[in-house]
Design a protein around this ligand. Structure first.
Ligand code: 5AD
Ligand code: SF4
Length: 445
């Protein structure tokens, strides 16, 4: 989501005549977009900003801003740690960044006293509709599309409702128009983004034929010519009903890949986390999806070390994690967040216990992921090529429909194309492959 917000700000700035440079060392302005989900992310951003402020000593016109969740969470208090910040821009004000910068630069060029820090953190009606710009000069093979902002849930550990505000949906027509424009510019894959995507517009749009607004949106995106793959992140077990499960049976462009946050395998801890489902319900949804798409890849989020998590609770998590057999997972060690309902519980689980629990899940994940990847050796997978691989001359990176990374020797011409590749080698995280070029050789040369 932050990546998408940053790209939208970059596109807005380019639209105003700013240029985006490759290296921060060449930049006259640096904007840090920030995450507050865990304290570690905030400390990292503060450290980075502190380091960057030193550049002001050499170049008094250097401009430094902090945007996003940490700006929203800490507001003016950030100035205690970072008094030299020029901009502090909250999560509902990304679209105001170009104007703020124009103003700041004009003041600096006017040779007057350095302007005060601009702090812009208010909630703004309709701000969810402003994350829509994409850079027309940049062909995005795979693009993120923000369909909503904010969250109305009250998970006890989570700072997001505070930093991102209440749930607000974008109009369906605008989302569809955005994706049509992306498709016309070469985008083949879209990932629909929201805190709880399956809750999309439940208050704003009616259900039609028992289909939720999110399912209606999926159908409309599915009908867009040029879009070949659809993903979304993240859904919530609440509201993951049969109308959405059936999409896996009838919408072939919907990839057999689902990120589905579990958080814990213990019902007692789920309750303490204020996650309104049981592990049985969570598993039932996965079973139903697997019944219609047996080859679905499933990834998840798990938090270890939530206050009060006993060995027995963790054993339930370990058991569920192993039995479900996730193909990918983001594993988090619990971090106390300000103004959450879990904050008063403190952080009683020792760091070493969290570490150990995290490692147990990592080991299981490594095993499952490797086994799943090894099973692909000698099979042919459809790969969407995204660009050159980080290493290796002539090597290109693409993804399977299951979101597995594949490295293949290819030509730049294949970027943006869906191409069959035979898988030759596998690690837990990456597949190696070779092009299956039936009758295509001459075109490749
Ligand atoms: N501590 C650790 N992990 C957290 N997450 C959210 N809040 C916290 C926290 N306080 C994790 C959840 C969520 C993911 C985006 O971040 O697993 O799904
Ligand atoms: Fe946070 Fe829960 Fe909302 Fe997800 S659903 S953003 S974890 S409050």
């Amino acid at each position: 989501m932050n990546e998408r917000d940053s790209d939208a700000v970059a596109a807005m700035l380019r639209g105003k005549g700013y240029s985006i440079v490759e290296s921060e060392l060449d930049a006259d302005v640096v904007l840090l977009n920030t995450c507050s989900v865990r304290d570690q992310a905030e400390q990292k951003a503060i450290g980075k900003a502190g380091h960057l402020t030193k550049r002001k000593r050499k170049n008094p016109n250097f401009i430094l801003g902090v945007m996003g969740c940490m700006a929203q969470n800490r507001g003016n208090d950030l100035l205690d740690r970072l008094p030299d910040l020029d901009l502090i821009v909250g999560t509902q004000k990304f679209h105001r960044v170009p104007d703020h910068l124009d103003h700041m630069i004009a003041t600096l060029q006017g040779q007057g006293p350095r302007p005060d820090t601009i702090v812009d953190l208010e909630a703004e009606d309709g701000s969810q509709n402003t994350i829509k710009s994409h850079d027309a000069d940049k062909q995005q093979v795979s693009a993120f599309v923000s369909i909503m902002q904010g969250c109305n849930m009250k998970c006890s550990y989570c700072i997001v409702p505070k930093t991102r505000g209440a749930e607000r949906a974008r109009p369906m027509d605008e989302i569809v128009a955005e994706i049509e424009a992306l498709a016309a510019n070469g985008t083949r894959e879209v990932t629909l983004l929201g805190q709880i995507v399956n809750q999309y517009a439940v208050r704003e749009f009616p259900f039609v034929d028992k289909k939720s607004p999110f399912v209606q949106l999926l159908e409309r995106v599915h009908a867009i010519e040029g879009i070949e793959r659809i993903r979304f992140t993240s859904p919530h077990p609440v509201g993951f009903k049969d109308d959405l499960i059936e999409c896996y049976a009838r919408l072939p462009k919907l990839c057999e890949y689902l990120h589905f946050p579990m958080q814990s395998g213990s019902n007692r801890i789920l309750k303490a986390m204020r996650r309104p489902y049981t592990i049985e319900k969570f598993r039932e949804i996965i079973a139903k999806i697997r019944a219609v798409r047996p080859d679905v890849y499933i990834s998840t989020d798990v938090i270890v070390g939530f206050p009060g998590e006993t060995d027995a609770d963790f054993e339930l998590t370990r058991h569920a994690f192993d039995e479900i057999g996730f193909d990918m997972a983001y594993l988090f060690k619990y971090s106390v967040r300000p103004d959450t309902t879990a904050e008063p519980l403190g952080d009683p689980i020792p760091k070493a216990v969290k570490e150990a629990r995290n490692q147990v899940l990592l080991d299981i994940l490594g095993r499952h992921s490797l086994a799943r990847n090894e099973a692909l050796i000698d099979t042919v997978e459809e790969v969407l090529f995204e660009g050159p691989a980080k290493r290796g001359e002539g090597m290109f990176m693409g993804r399977t429909r299951g979101h597995r990374k594949v490295i293949v020797k290819a030509t730049p011409r294949l970027v943006g194309q869906l191409v069959p590749a035979r898988i030759t080698e596998a690690t837990a995280s990456t597949l190696m492959g070779e092009l299956v070029l039936e009758g295509m050789e001459s075109e490749q040369d």
